[in-house]
Design a protein around this ligand. Structure first.
Ligand code: FES
Length: 119
């Protein structure tokens, strides 16, 4: 699958210990900045009932969905519930900007399962 790099803006846009959502090619992506300064990107909608994960609390490398409390690992996308997971995206900081690797091909629905987490 071809990929491209997307500049999603300055790192200071995301407060430490929080996340915000971005709309990229019509898909909502949650980007988090841990208190330690690490950056993570996962799909924004919780697979349980579409809760906005970008509004969840992060800690210990996980995000807690604000609606019903399901947890997801920010690095792998794996949820606490069996078969529940979210896609993860590669992100990095270059000077004061955040960049994300973004697939150019549309993700097929059948690829959105736990086996594909981590790209
Ligand atoms: S919508 Fe996320 S846990 Fe229910």
């Amino acid at each position: 699958m071809k990929k491209r790099f997307v500049n999603i803006g300055p790192i200071d846009r995301i407060p430490l210990g929080q996340g915000i959502s971005f709309l990229i090619d019509g898909e909502e992506i949650a980007v988090f900045r841990s208190r330690g300064g690490e950056i993570f990107a996962i799909e924004n909608r919780c697979p349980h009932r579409q809760g906005p994960l970008s509004e969840g609390i992060i800690g210990g490398g996980k995000v807690i969905c604000p609606l019903h409390g399901h947890k997801f690992d920010l690095a792998t996308g794996q949820g606490g519930e069996k078969h529940e997971c979210v896609r993860v995206f590669k992100v990095w900081k270059d000077e004061d900007q955040i960049f994300m690797e973004w697939p150019t091909a549309k993700i097929k629905p059948q690829e959105k399962d736990c086996a594909m987490v981590g790209l």
